[in-house]
Design a protein around this ligand. Structure first.
Ligand code: NDP
Length: 480
């Protein structure tokens, strides 16, 4: 069985402990590879190699670093077919989605930051006729990048690319649940000739390998995407060490639908914003609020559309939804569906485990579920489920829907469907989330700030925000 290896100092290494643990294929439930159980010792080796690499890497011209990033992008592109299959096997998502979104986006992340670093500039302030201030933007040093399982290569590269572009060295810790494409990225970096130690990838459990990255005193900044409770744990360790922190955390995103919306477009997009990637996207809308006079029509049409979705073998083009990423997550989602029933929710469609005969009969599949009849303050509507489960709730007016939309601890993204421009602007200003989509969903421009408010995180990534996070500003004041 294939053993994944750590990528340290430009070469593959087994974990110091020589221990490995199982990597499952969620669509079959079978173990198909082994993951290094890395510890502090492995992280220390990675830090040592990054310390050696940093002086040369950080002093390369932006143009030169950009060339390395472009080479990596090119090689990801070359192996895109193989990477897409690997992502689907590891995560359970449909292959068409890995091919159309995950892998192309990993290419774009490298291409985008290869270009962005060449356009990055800093400020200058002329204070009086003899005094000039200018701000140097220097790399932070060694960055810890910890990423989740839902968009494995997509989110891992979203952190690595800007950090490297800005002249830092990176120690990446991908999710233990989906390590395969980040392992393949190490092979790609070797092929691209990236100097040893510039990027290290250490595999293992979050509370050992991940914690060792967060705790290491020579890792000066942590970029983390994952759950809110993990973010809190990371913050407890990193904050007293005064590390820079960028935390992209959970969500419970509202979708607000007014009766004046472009109906067909809204319906189709809402099916996607609910169930794309099995609902395992932090930006999926899980609480759907519908204006009362449209509620019945929407409910009937939505259920009809959702019932037509096919849950199946993720390798088949006909599958709209694939497998849930792990047995543990599968059980968590089913727990929440049961909870919704005890809270008085009516399951309008789906919500059952799906048995798929043949190759996938041991896999973890769930029918997409639509639930009605729940108050907006019950647990089902407050806690992140992160699966193919949405609730639908009618509302009377803007004031009421705004109060319900803002009533959770989260504030990542929101979606508003209306043709009334004043209302769209008014609600966008008042809604408490880092991202608002009006009459669309998941339209991404990599130049825009990305992140959440409240317990959905701190800091923003994307565009120049990312390059600012991965650099330290130093003000130089000259009297002449
Ligand atoms: P987790 O928080 O469980 O894990 C995220 C990463 O952190 C994994 O690599 C994990 O490793 C690691 N980790 C776990 N414990 C620690 C620790 N104590 N110290 C350091 N690292 C640790 O999240 P999931 O992987 O389950 O991802 C789902 C969550 O991510 C959802 O809440 C979702 O909303 C959020 N998310 C947010 C996004 C955003 O942009 N705001 C985007 C995508 C997802 P391991 O897997 O080995 O445990």
């Amino acid at each position: 069985m294939e053993k994944i290896k750590n990528y340290i100092n430009g070469a593959f290494l087994p974990p110091n402990s020589n221990n490995y643990f199982n990597n499952y294929n969620p669509s079959t439930g079978e173990v198909y590879s082994m993951i290094p159980d890395s510890t502090e010792e492995d992280v220390q080796l990675a830090v040592d190699s990054s310390k050696k690499a940093f002086p040369v890497w950080s002093e390369l011209s932006a143009e030169k670093r950009s060339e390395y990033l472009l080479r990596i992008a090119e090689i990801i592109n070359k192996y895109s077919e193989k990477l897409a299959v690997a992502e689907t096997v590891d995560n359970g998502k449909p292959l068409w989605l890995s091919k159309s979104v995950d892998i192309p986006r990993a290419v774009k992340n490298f291409e985008f930051f290869a270009s962005a670093i060449k356009h990055f500039s800093s400020e200058a302030h002329s204070t009086d006729k003899n005094t000039l201030n200018y701000t140097l933007r220097q790399p932070v040093g060694i960055i810890g990048a910890i990423s989740p399982w839902n968009l494995p290569l997509y989110l891992f590269t979203w952190k690595i690319a800007p950090a490297l572009a800005a002249g830092n060295c990176v120690i990446g810790k991908p999710s233990e649940i989906t390590p395969m494409t980040s392992y393949m990225l190490s092979e790609i970096c070797i092929e691209a000739g990236l100097p040893g130690g510039v990027l290290n990838i250490v595999h293992g459990y979050g509370n050992t390998a991940g914690k060792a990255v967060v705790s290491h005193p020579e890792i000066k900044a942590i970029t983390f995407t994952g759950g809110t409770s993990t973010g809190r744990e990371i913050s407890k360790i990193a904050s007293p060490m005064f590390k820079k922190l960028s935390l992209e955390l959970g969500g419970k995103n509202p979708v607000i639908i007014f009766s004046d919306c472009r109906y067909d477009e809204m319906l189709e997009t809402t099916v996607n914003s609910s169930f794309r990637n099995q609902g395992e996207i932090c930006l999926c809308g899980s609480r759907i609020f519908i204006e009362k006079n449209l509620y019945k029509k929407f409910r009937d049409d939505f259920i009809k559309r959702v019932s037509q979705l096919t849950v199946g073998d993720p390798l088949l083009d006909s599958s709209n939804l694939g497998a849930i990423v792990s047995k543990q997550h599968f059980e968590k989602i089913l727990y929440y569906i049961e909870l919704a029933k005890t809270e008085g929710g009516k399951i309008l469609c789906g919500g059952n485990p799906v048995k798929i005969n043949g190759r996938c009969d041991g896999g973890w599949f769930i029918e997409p579920a639509v639930i009605e009849g729940l108050s907006s303050d019950c647990r089902t509507n407050q806690e992140e489920i992160f699966g193919p489960v949405v609730t639908i709730i009618p509302f009377e007016n803007e004031e009421e829907v705004l109060q319900m939309a803002n009533s959770t601890e989260y504030g990542l993204a929101s979606v508003i469907w209306t043709e009334n421009l004043s209302r769209a602007h008014n609600l966008s200003a008042k809604i408490k989330s880092g991202i608002v989509w009006i009459n669309c969903w998941m339209v991404r421009d990599l130049r825009t700030p990305f992140g959440g408010v409240k317990n959905s995180g701190i800091g923003r990534e994307g565009g120049l925000e990312a390059l600012r996070f991965f650099t330290e500003p130093k003000n130089v004041c000259i009297k002449y």
